[in-house]
Design a protein around this ligand. Structure first.
Ligand code: HMG
Length: 420
């Protein structure tokens, strides 16, 4: 069964889950976990973080229509924002018949930083680090035999002299292949273990020993050919490209453009129990890597009224460690995706980021964002205004039909139907 599913959103939540379960081979128990009936409790939460008093549910949806590297997948997305999942499904639909998304990955390499201060001869200290590279890497690799047995570990290092406000310090970058883990713990353990050796070699004092979230050795890329949502309309195609070009040129627009990308990226990162803050920090830092903040996506006009979209961003996500294994919904979401490696997961997330951005640009270049977004946000607004049961549908219908998205208007309409 494929995931190009016209009108998937018109099904009930139960029917949607049945389809997803059939596609991904989810058991009855896993369906109950996804519905929130089983698996997660205050006790589970208490094992995950501190001072627990409860937990906060976030809606979990699936984006339909995704084909990534030739495989049809329903993509689990955890988000509180209306229209995000609809938009991702909408854009994935336009790339489905042209082959879907193709991805690549630079490898699961994380960077650990060791920061050395109080050096009388920083450049000589840098040279000494390179002279002792093997001993340093060996020390790192003694820390995690499991990672080594899986083919990972510290592979190489690089040293920079950085001029801070008060002195020239050394920053040593340890390049660690963390395989299918996000790898923060493995890298930080290595950083801390190797610090005394680095002090001995350089004669300086180590201060920071922590990974960098600018994971630019862990880059995921995705590419798709989208059918023109505007048919043959050259003016609309021009407006779409112009919207992208402004983001590429102007950091104020790029921040919003990339926020739209992260709507999709963070939703999958969260659904799979990965660290949203790490991924967000990495993405935005990468967007500014040339000294000016710019876009993570690019668009070119293709043959036969198509638009070729590409995305490139660091994606430090894993399948082992952290909440990916301890959170039952995250475990089930990973099963839903059918991924066996962090590389595959990163590729799918990049594809969702690209789809998300394409959908937003399509709307922005044509009717504007409010029509589609507010149509889906109308239900939230109706509930906030106090609508209950059958009132919700009536209010939404009126809001969309009349284009009245103001809260005071909605309240007045609700009062009116109650008086009737
Ligand atoms: P529409 O034209 O009303 O949709 O779009 P349609 O009825 O023609 O349906 C097209 C497809 O959209 C459907 O295909 C579904 O896949 C999907 P089909 O199943 O018919 O083959 N779809 C839905 N999926 C789930 N639930 C629904 C639903 N409706 C359609 N209810 C849509 C409506 C919202 C999809 C469209 O207007 C859209 O893509 N808008 C973009 C919305 C968006 O980007 N939202 C993100 C939040 S706004 C933001 O924070 C980011 C931003 O600032 C970023 C930036 O500035 O770059 C915008």
């Amino acid at each position: 069964m494929g995931t190009r599913f016209k009108g998937f959103y018109r099904l009930s939540p139960e029917e949607r889950l049945d389809n997803v379960a059939e596609h991904s081979g989810l058991s009855g128990e896993e369906k109950a976990i996804i519905r929130g009936e089983k698996g997660f409790s205050v006790q589970t939460a208490d094992q995950m973080v501190e001072n627990v008093i409860g937990y906060m549910p976030i809606p979990l949806g699936v984006a339909a229509n995704f084909k990534v590297d030739g495989r049809d997948i329903f993509v689990p997305m955890a988000t509180e924002e209306p229209s995000v999942i609809a938009a991702a499904s909408n854009a994935a639909r336009l790339a489905y018949d042209t082959g879907g998304f193709t991805t690549s990955f630079s490898g699961p390499i994380m960077i650990g930083q060791v920061h050395v201060t109080q050096l009388s001869h920083p450049y000589a200290a840098m040279a000494k680090i390179y002279e002792n590279k093997e001993a340093i890497l060996n020390k790192c690799n003694q820390q995690d035999p499991t990672l080594i047995s899986l083919g990972g570990g510290a592979l190489d290092l690089e040293v920079r002299v950085v001029k801070t406000l008060s002195e020239k310090v050394l920053v040593i970058h340890l390049f660690v292949d963390t395989r299918d883990a996000m790898g923060a713990n493995a890298v930080n353990t290595m950083n801390e273990a190797v610090a005394p050796l680095i002090e001995k070699i350089t004669g300086g004092k180590v201060v920071l020993r922590i990974l960098s979230n600018l994971a630019d050795k862990r880059i995921a890329r995705a590419r798709a050919v989208f059918e023109s949502p505007f048919g043959n309309d050259k003016e609309m195609l021009h407006r779409f490209i112009s919207a992208y070009e402004l983001a590429a040129a102007d950091p104020y627009r790029a921040a919003t453009h990339n926020k739209g990308i992260m709507n999709g990226v963070s939703a999958v990162v969260l659904a799979t129990g990965n660290d949203t803050r790490a991924v967000e920090a990495g993405a935005h830092a990468y967007a500014a890597r040339f000294g000016r903040y710019t876009t993570l996506t690019h668009y070119e006009l293709g043959e036969n009224r198509t638009i070729i979209g590409t995305i490139e961003l660091p994606l430090a996500v894993g399948l082992v460690g952290g909440a990916t294994k301890s959170h039952p919904v995250a475990r089930t979401a990973i099963k839903m995706l059918g991924v066996k490696t962090s590389r595959e997961l990163a590729g799918i997330i990049a594809a969702v980021g690209l789809a998300q951005n394409f959908a937003a640009l399509r709307a922005l270049a044509s009717e504007g964002i409010q029509k589609g977004h507010m149509k889906l946000h109308a239900k939230n607004m109706a509930i906030q205004a106090g609508a209950k049961g059958h009132e919700i549908g009536r209010v939404v219908e009126w809001v969309v039909k009349e284009g009245r998205f103001r809260f005071d208007d909605i309240k007045r309409y609700l009062e009116k139907i109650r008086e009737e």
